[in-house]
Design a protein around this ligand. Structure first.
Ligand code: DX5
Ligand code: ZN
Length: 214
């Protein structure tokens, strides 16, 4: 099974997004990764529902919405209207099991996301409720940061635990993914790669092809 690619639009020029999305579709990406930041859970503010709704109207690609917001359970219904995969942070102050169940009830795939400070063992009990787990390989909040190699051990530990529990869930990695770090993440067990600044470049087409070939 080939790796799936979810470009993050965070560093894109939002007024050029239609052309970028068409280019990404033509290049064969699997979904679009949308980073929602509230300025509280992370020290940055990005965008919310209006942009996600607009993007949904302009593409048939699934939307992978990464909520970096405090107490995300308050906004699930709104985001679920446009999201295909809805992810939130283990550390964000919502009841983890209830939030995962609610996301599935709302018709989305549920993704539990962990910051670099969270040990993989902390989320083992929630894996049966997850369709995907997102391992952050940078501190969430900004694009263009350097990949933290500690994420590799976390991916391996989660892959091993999924096997132990007999679960076939996607493992997604997000932050600092580029030509050097992507193969390492795939080798450690990642099945979905998020890439922002690496993909949103003049070499978009070649870089997408390269990541998809891993
Ligand atoms: C960071 C976001 C990432 C970010 C990735 O908080 O979750 O999705 O946009 O950007 P790069 O690939 O540039 O690290
Ligand atoms: Zn993200």
């Amino acid at each position: 099974m080939s790796v799936k690619l979810a470009p993050s639009v965070l560093t894109a020029d939002f007024l050029e997004l239609t052309a970028d999305i068409q280019a990404l579709e033509a290049a064969g990406v699997d979904m679009l990764h949308m980073d929602v930041m509230d300025g509280i859970f992370v020290p940055n503010i990005s965008f919310g529902m209006p942009l996600i709704r607009s993007v949904k109207r302009h593409t048939r690609l699934p939307l992978d919405v990464h909520l970096m917001i405090d107490r995300p359970h308050r906004y699930l219904a709104e985001f679920a209207e446009a999201a295909d995969i809805l992810g939130f942070h283990y550390e964000a102050g919502s009841d983890v099991a209830e939030t995962l169940k609610e996301i599935r009830r709302l018709g989305c795939k549920a993704c539990l996301t962990v910051k670099p400070c969270t040990a993989p063992e902390e989320i083992f009990e929630f894996l049966p409720l997850c369709d995907m787990v997102l391992v952050m390989s940078v501190e969430p909040g900004f694009g263009g940061q350097k990949f933290m190699p500690e994420a590799l051990d976390k991916l391996s530990a989660l892959r091993a635990e999924c096997q132990k529990q007999g679960l076939h869930i996607d493992l997604e990695v997000d932050g600092g993914i580029n030509g050097e770090t992507a193969p390492l993440a795939v080798k450690a067990g990642a099945t979905v790669l998020v890439a922002g600044s690496y993909v949103f470049s003049p070499e978009m087409q070649e870089r997408v092809e390269y990541l998809k070939s891993l």
